[in-house]
Design a protein around this ligand. Structure first.
Ligand SMILES: [Mg+2]
Length: 467
């Protein structure tokens, strides 16, 4: 085993351990869901993996039968079932596998973004037939809890993830609330990943339920990225009884937009020749990384669509948004050079807590200290050093304030991190009367220790460091 692998394994094991202690979010090589092991009921058994493995060969055979009608002749039912599934899910496919996906375009990447549909809720519905076809909300019970996932039946009532559970209950009183079972979701996520691995090793997970895949060279010899995406969706459906949406494009940015385009259970392909018709009318809020804050700042500049964004020159966008402005400039033109990186280095580590009752800023010290400790101990497992400290606050009215500081010398102890996080409260000017529902502490802007000690703000906006 190489040192690097051993190191990664150790670090990852460390992350699991810390994560299981409470709310900790590590951005980078792995994205974990917030997860408190104390609250997780242990009911990981529902899915018959062994049986599934045995069925794998037959399933693959069934799939390849769909690729060649003559081979499928002995399983006509299978063939027509799969075919109708393809017909339903890949409307946009025909005639689109041209320039982008031909082997001669060697300078173009072929990226697939796969996103499971309503993942946690779908797993619950799969494993409990009583939940199928019903509005299901995955959330812990309690006044302060938020929705982790909502089934499409619940979404019809306006329920969506990250919404307070009480709001979901009000919008959809008949919803069935199920407590999250992250142990099981992680196991399913691993099974999905095993399917990805049949096609490529260049997999970059974004969370338990989505990943970028670089299939420019794929293991199965399928001729186009579209075919790879179809195969993956088919295998996920046949083997795991779950649906995924996929986007196919020459880069990550476009692939992510594409996977969202025909959601749920859809496939969408964006080719270079489609860019000029596809991108300009797109709302800027669709651009990954443009959150509510950036969106409203862009709106103030009169920018609503990607077409509007193109009207602004590079220098101006950089002046307004720093390095992210330069990225916006390129994204507006469909340019994204970021490769699919299987082991993304950590970008940020953060922890946050929602209070039982809203409290004034002056009373947040104890929680900030505790969160700082948690973040500090997690950061000790990184070989790189974090330069930026972030404090996040959410007001009673759900307004988010983040304050960050990049000191000339990175914080070298838990005490220093805590002191900075506490001092950042002085820069929140909402008055002593303001009540807060949540506080978060984060470390970001991780650099190699040997890198220049000049403090440079990372391209990520401070808001992006803690969510
Ligand atoms: Mg999803």
């Amino acid at each position: 085993m190489s040192n690097r692998t051993a190191g990664n394994r150790r670090r990852n094991a460390g992350r699991e351990a810390v994560e299981n202690r409470g709310l900790l979010n590590i951005r980078g090589s792995r994205s974990f869901e917030f997860c408190d092991s104390n609250k997780i009921p242990n009911r990981f058994t529902a899915w018959q993996y062994a049986e599934n493995k045995d069925a794998e060969f037959a399933e693959n055979k069934a799939f390849f039968a769909t690729e060649n009608p003559r081979n499928g002749a002995d399983r006509p039912g299978e063939y027509s079932r799969n075919l109708s599934m393809f017909a339903k899910s890949s409307l946009k496919m025909e005639g689109m596998a041209g320039a982008l996906l031909e082997p001669q375009s060697t300078n173009l990447r072929k990226i697939v973004h796969v996103d499971m549909d309503a993942f946690y809720a779908s797993v619950e519905q799969r494993d409990d037939p009583a939940l199928r076809g019903k509005p299901v909300v995955v959330a812990w019970k309690g006044k302060r809890s938020v929705v982790c996932a909502a089934s499409y039946e619940a979404r019809k009532f306006g329920v969506h993830s990250a919404m307070p559970a009480v709001t979901a209950e009000r919008l959809c009183p008949q919803a069935i609330f199920v407590p999250p079972d992250f142990v099981r979701y992680k196991a399913v996520s691993r099974a999905v990943r095993e399917i990805f691995q049949r096609h490529t090793d260049l997999i970059e997970p974004l969370s338990l339920d989505e990943a970028y895949l670089d299939v420019t060279r794929n293991k199965t010899g399928l001729p186009t990225a579209t075919k790879v995406a179809i195969a993956i969706r088919c295998q996920i459906r046949e083997e795991l009884s779950l649906t995924a949406s996929a986007g196919v494009a020459p880069n990550k940015f476009l692939a992510k937009i594409a996977s969202d385009w025909r959601k749920p259970n859809g496939l969408f392909v964006i080719q270079p020749k489609d860019l000029e018709s596809f991108l300009p009318p797109l709302e800027v809020g669709r651009i990954p990384g443009v959150g509510k804050v950036t969106e409203s700042r862009l709106k103030q500049m009169g920018i609503v669509t990607v077409g509007d964004l193109r009207g602004f020159d590079l220098a101006l966008l950089e002046a307004r948004f720093g390095r992210y402005g330069a990225r916006l400039y390129r994204l507006a033109r469909g340019i994204d050079e970021n490769p699919v990186t299987p082991n993304r280095p950590t970008k940020s580590i953060s922890a946050e807590d929602t209070f039982e009752q809203d409290i004034p800023l002056a009373e947040t010290e104890a929680v900030i200290r505790r969160l700082a400790e948690k973040v500090w101990s997690a950061s000790r497992r990184e070989t790189r050093v974090a330069r930026t400290v972030v404090l996040k606050l959410k007001t009673k009215e759900f307004a988010i304030r983040t304050r960050s500081l990049t000191p000339p010398v990175p914080p070298a102890s838990c005490e220093e991190l805590t002191a900075i996080a506490l001092s950042l409260r002085d820069r929140v000017d909402l008055g002593p009367e303001q009540l807060y529902r949540l506080v978060g502490v984060g470390l970001g802007n991780f650099r190699d220790p040997m890198e220049s000690s000049v403090a440079i703000f990372d391209a990520a906006s401070p808001e992006a460091l803690v969510e």
